[in-house]
Design a protein around this ligand. Sequence first.
Ligand code: ARG
Length: 228
Amino acid sequence: KDGLETVTEGKLTMATNATFPPYEYYEGKKIIGIDAEVAAEIAKKLNLELEIADIEFDSIVPGVQSGKYDMGMAGMTVTPERKNSVNFSDSYATGIQKVIVTKDSKIKSLDDIKGKNIGVQTSTTGDLYATDDYGADHVKKFDSGNAAVNALKVGKVDCVIIDNEPAKAYVKANGSALKILDTDYAVEDYAICFSKDNSELQKKVNEALKELKKDGTVQKIVDKYIKA
Ligand code: ARG
């Protein structure tokens, strides 16, 4: 035993929100995706058994902060505000906030969004930035990106702001009904979060992550889920 303290002895408990392909989503009853596989490799290196808790996205940071979960991994963007509550690992991926619209939408650029209704997943960076830029009155919050996309399809919102890879997955799942604007709304870093009281785990995970990047494991997992 190397003295690594976790919520449940011998286990690495990861909080996520499995509505976010290709990072975390269900295949049957199993949560798969880039985060699930990278986390499994990290757990292996730490001699721990990975346990995934699927919770609301906006419960992840509080749950990690209060010590209910060992870490949060959910395509989560590092932000200054979140850093007030939790510590982050080194970044393992880049995300880009994108805008999804219907195929024949009048929205062609970020300027066209002003005054329109924007669908977002609650408490995501898409939610936070859109609220800042376009006003809370115009931001409609949903439990998942998928629910926001469904609202877009039936005209309840005029666009959806969400990370690029899930955006691609949602659009693909909808035939030719939707499209993604070329403009990038925001570019961000994804990382794993930890309680500020467990910098030992943060350190160990960073070491594991570094090795997994160096030996190509992270890239291999990314390539498996994201086809060029
Ligand atoms: N990158 C965005 C954020 O950190 C969205 C992440 C949503 N992740 C999820 N598993 N639903 O706010």
